[in-house]
Structure formats: structure tokens, C-alpha cells
Design a binder for this molecule. Sequence first.
Ligand code: NAD
Length: 256
Amino acid sequence: ILKGKTALVTGSTSGIGLGIAHTLAAAGANLILNGFGDADAAISDVKRHGGKVAHHPADVADPEQIAAMSDYAQREFGGIDILVNNAGIQHVAPVEEFPAERWDAILSINLSSVFHTTRLALPGMRKRGWGRIVNIASVHGLVGSAQKSAYVAAKHGVIGLTKVVALETATTAITCNAICPGWVLTPLVQKQIDSRTSQTQGNVAQARQELLAEKQPSLDFVTPEQLGELVLFLCSQAANQVRGAAWNMDGGWTAQ
Ligand code: NAD
């Protein structure tokens, strides 16, 4: 259903972003991957679906590098039809001990980057008369958790920005929505599990279960593939009137 469309997924060399890139490529989209780490492995992995796949190394903390990625997308792919803002980082510490430098990094990577990619992608979407913007927020865009001040502030901001962009594009064929995942077992969450193993005498399985039991009633992780399918639905015709939503996929986290 996405043949001829180009998708940019930020932070797609790992975890959720890579899962979403796979689903969109399998549906026929051309893909621009982004993120750190092994770009070649991610490219060849996503290429097996048969579309055009490239990687741009922009650090989304830097607006100038985002602009360079946007120019690259225009030059090499004719623009971005589907923008998935997924790149994100986490830091866990009480607010009085939270390093100011981590606060700034989280706000720029998890929130400001969404503003920059969106403002640069919208003119092309308007010109071509179609577009999809999907922001990977979090349950932490809807509720808080202790020790995650910057992350929770940034993700609440992403949901606010999503609503405004949805209103500004409401009469067009461009939609903007946010997805709010609960725990997904990716490197970002593995770090939090690892830091819990000191309390579970090194038992990783127990640390993982305790992490789930605290917040996620299903006691099971959301998967990148499930999130990819939700992104695909939001890209479909059937989702034309889904606008400004903050759609949870969280094993019941925010139902409590
Ligand atoms: P991850 O650490 O596995 O992947 C993050 C990706 O972002 C990687 O490709 C990394 O290279 C890239 N990235 C990091 N900083 C970047 C930068 N400055 N510029 C460009 N790329 C950068 O994390 P994940 O768990 O897959 O998280 C993806 C998104 O999903 C994040 O926005 C995160 O907040 C959100 N999320 C994750 C969970 C979860 O449980 N894992 C839950 C809710 C929301």
C-alpha cells in the first residue's frame, strides 16, 4: 500500500525504529534510515524487502544536521511522504541530581528534533498533497514516573506538538499522530533492566519481571513489530480521520 512513498524513520538503526522501518519497507515504501551504530547492517536488513533504502547519519540533536538530512531526502528521494519521529534517549535520576547537560540533550533529541523534522517535511507534503507524520512518544507523554523528569517533559511536549500540527493540517490529506508505547524490550530498556540487577543478585529474568510488574499489567513487552503495524495503519486510507491522537500500545499501563 506504500509503493512509491518515501519514509524517513529517525533512530532506525536499532529497536523500535528498525522494527517500524521493516514494516514500512515490507508495505512497499522506500526508506531513509537514520541513527548511530551499524548503519550497513540496518540497510542490508531493510533492503531485503526490495525497495530503495539509504541511511543518513544526522545527529538529530543538531538542527543543521536535520536540515542536511531533509535536503538529502529531497535530492535523492524527491522528499519525505512519511515522517516517523522515533529517535530518543533516556536518563534516569532524581530531579535535584539530574545533570543539566542530560536535560538539554533529552529535550533536543526527544522533542526539538520533532519540531525541526516536521517544519522541514511539511512544505513538500503540502505540495504533493499527502503526508503522514507519526511521532513515537511514550506512555510518559501521558503519565509521569519518578526519576524521568526530562524524558516525561519531552514526551508530554511531543504530544502537544502533535496536536498542534494535526490542527494546522486538519483540512489536508496530511495527518499527524503520536503513538505511546509502554515497555518495549530494546537496548534503551535493557539498560534499565541491567541497573536493576544489583537488587536481584544479578538475576536478569527477575529484574525484567519486576520492571514489568511495576507498571505494565499485561506483564509482557510490546514489540517493535506490533508498533510497526500501528504505524502502517496510521499510514493507511482507513486512518484519514485519525488526527492529533495519542494512541497507546502499553499492555494496560495507562488504564490504571
Ligand atoms: P534504542 O536505544 O533501541 O534506539 C534509539 C535509536 O535512536 C537508535 O537507532 C539510536 O542510534 C538513535 N539515536 C539516539 N540518539 C540519536 C541522535 N542524537 N540522532 C539520531 N539518532 C539517534 O531505543 P528504543 O527503545 O527503540 O526507542 C525508540 C523510541 O521509542 C524513543 O523515542 C523512545 O523514547 C521511545 N519509546 C521506547 C520505549 C521502550 O520501552 N523501549 C517505550 C516508549 C517509548
